[in-house]
Every structure is written in structure tokens, then in C-alpha cells.
Write a protein that binds this ligand. Structure first.
Ligand SMILES: [Zn+2]
Ligand SMILES: [Zn+2]
Length: 142
């Protein structure tokens, strides 16, 4: 996983056309260090403890960062949002349909499938990125 320095994150925010604030940096910095998409609750909790940021502020920053396409929001049929940094790279994960376990799987090529989808499509001309969620039961839930 890529390591993002404070300077990298500042640049990302500027390039997205947003004002650089400590709160935005704190949200991006935290998300740049997690290995998999985390729930909005975990993020709120972590940032309250770590940087003393209140919930409303976290939500507000999540929404502006998401609008600026710096974050990816995933649902997983859990009824709550999960966030990760938008790296522009494809993202594939196994999701437990019984608990909160999510595992990011890298190195499995699905480009052929995506190309086939585009070939069959009547309305699309190109594809930017893709996100695949595969549901199952984790070992603890089996
Ligand atoms: Zn969840
Ligand atoms: Zn599970």
C-alpha cells in the first residue's frame, strides 16, 4: 500500500479544488492508513479520540471530500457507509454477509470481465475504474 505524506495529502486536496484544512487532512490521513474500508462510526470514533474532532465535523468533511472524489463510499448492504481513499485503482473485496469483516483482495485480475462488460454495453464507451464486492461468510461466522 502506498504511503501518503502530509505533503501528498495537501496536494490531493488542492488538486481537487478544495481548501486545505486540518480537519480534511486528519480525515484523509486516517483513511490513508487503514487497510480496508472502514465504517463511518469507526472513523468518527477514531478522529474524536485522536484529533478531538466532533461527529458533525467528520460528516461534513466526509461529504465534501467524497464530492471532490477523494474518497470512495461503499455500502456492502450493511445499511451504513464505509469509506476508503479514492486511489483510482480498482478495488475488490470479500464481504461477510453476517458481520463486519471485509477483506481487500489484491492481485486478482478481472480486467477481462470488465472489458467483456464494456463490449456488451449499449450505453457506455469507456470505463474508469471498478469496484467488486463478493459476499460470503467469514471464517468466524461459519
Ligand atoms: Zn459495515
Ligand atoms: Zn463474519
Amino acid at each position: 500500500m502506498a504511503i501518503y505524506t502530509r505533503e501528498d495529502l495537501i496536494l490531493m486536496i488542492k488538486e481537487a479544488g478544495l481548501r486545505v484544512t486540518e480537519h480534511r487532512l486528519a480525515v484523509l490521513s486516517y483513511l490513508s492508513k487503514v487497510k480496508q474500508p472502514i465504517t463511518v462510526y469507526e472513523l468518527v470514533d477514531a478522529l474524536r479520540k485522536k484529533d478531538n474532532i466532533d461527529q458533525a465535523t467528520v460528516y461534513r468533511n466526509l461529504s465534501s471530500l467524497h464530492e471532490a472524489r477523494l474518497l470512495r463510499r461503499l455500502d456492502f448492504n450493511h445499511g451504513h457507509a464505509h469509506y476508503e481513499l479514492e486511489t483510482g485503482r480498482a478495488s475488490h473485496q470479500l464481504v461477510c454477509s453476517n458481520c463486519e469483516v471485509v477483506e481487500k483482495i489484491e492481485g486478482v485480475g478481472v480486467d477481462d470481465i470488465v472489458k467483456k462488460m464494456l463490449k456488451k454495453s449499449k450505453k457506455f464507451k469507456s470505463i474508469n475504474t471498478h469496484s467488486i464486492e463478493v459476499y460470503g461468510l467469514c471464517k468466524a461466522c461459519t
